[in-house]
Design a protein around this ligand. Structure first.
Ligand code: ATP
Ligand code: MG
Length: 300
């Protein structure tokens, strides 16, 4: 964490959040990477900038579905007192100045493909999030329709818990829960269609939303490899677990070691770090069609 002269609000595995004032937050995305829920020692060069640039792209792209919290990714828009130390701390290109929202107490997960915990549930019960699914689906199959599978937000260290739509409606009120569900499904459809045409499948993703002056606003990060499962479309084979577009070099390396997935993590060799970094940049360039070299701080 960096001393920016701003109150520190929160740190997750990857991001540090500061309060700019009552209405605005500063979200700083580091190059930290986690695998199997453990943060590695080695930063992945460019990862924080890729995540920031990708979220910014999606906020722009999806603004007609729901307004976003993002105000700016430009250091020049930060309070003057913060700009110098932010630049010195190499934060160019990895900051989001956002509006501060009253966050809804649910994570808005949408699944387009059956994998992970949803595949486990389906194999045992034939359901996804309690809803019956057609028989004969294979692991990683595309679902007939994307499904909204909300969960509660876990306290630090805990695990998110799936909740039914009715439970979400109890938490949010039914009209808001319906709106959140419809917006989540539309965001997923738009994003996943866009990415699929560019060779990346978004298997599932998590959105977070909040209220600002009573208006529903898309918050947090959007359709990034950290909030989603990205698969290379050309390596997708129903019946198998597809490789992760971004983290596969790290996972393959760790699998080869037989590491027990508890801290401390083993050190990552330079080639693994480099290959992973290249995957993030490739995901950004494929999805946005933009050159990453043009993003702030990349050639700094
Ligand atoms: N516009 C916003 N206003 C207020 N809070 C926000 C806004 N956007 C995102 N948040 C909150 O900021 C926090 C981001 O935390 P972050 O994702 O870095 O860590 P985490 O969710 O605690 O852990 P993890 O590293 O596992 O994701 C979340 O609690 C999220 O709900
Ligand atoms: Mg989070």
């Amino acid at each position: 964490m960096i001393d920016l002269g701003l109150p520190h609000v929160h740190s997750g595995k990857v991001r540090d959040i500061y309060a700019v004032d009552d209405d605005r937050l500063l979200m700083v995305t580091s190059d930290r990477i986690s695998a199997f829920d453990v943060v590695m020692e080695e930063p992945i060069p460019h990862k924080g900038r890729v995540l920031t640039a990708m979220s910014a792209f999606w906020f722009e792209q999806l603004a007609d579905v729901v307004p976003g919290h993002l105000l700016s990714t430009d250091l020049a828009d930060l309070p003057a007192s913060v700009q110098k130390v932010a630049a010195e701390a190499d934060l160019a290109g990895r900051v989001m100045l956002t509006r501060r929202a009253e966050m809804l107490p649910v994570e808005c997960i949408v699944r387009g493909y059956i994998t992970g915990s949803a595949w486990k549930e389906y194999s045992r019960h034939g359901t996804v999030h309690g809803a019956p699914m057609p028989t004969g689906l294979r692991e990683s199959d595309r679902l007939p329709e994307p499904v909204f599978t909300p969960s509660t937000k876990a306290e630090a260290g805990g695990h998110d818990e799936n909740i039914t739509f009715d439970a979400a409606a109890d938490l949010l009120g039914r009209p808001l829960a319906e709106k959140v569900r419809d917006v989540s499904l539309e965001l997923y459809r738009r994003g996943a269609d866009w990415a699929r045409e560019r060779g990346i499948l978004v298997a599932d993703t998590k959105f977070e939303m909040g209220l600002i002056d009573g208006e529903l606003v898309l918050c947090d990060e959007v359709l990034t490899p950290d909030s989603s499962r990205f698969w290379p479309a050309d390596a997708w084979r129903p019946g198998e677990t597809p490789p992760s577009f971004d983290k596969q070099p790290v996972r393959d390396y760790l699998d080869g070691l037989g590491w027990d997935r508890t801290p401390p993590p083993p050190p990552l060799p330079e080639e693994v770090v480099r290959a992973t970094s290249e995957r993030y940049v490739e995901a950004y360039e494929r999805i946005t069609g933009r050159s990453f070299a043009g993003w702030p701080g990349v050639d700094g």
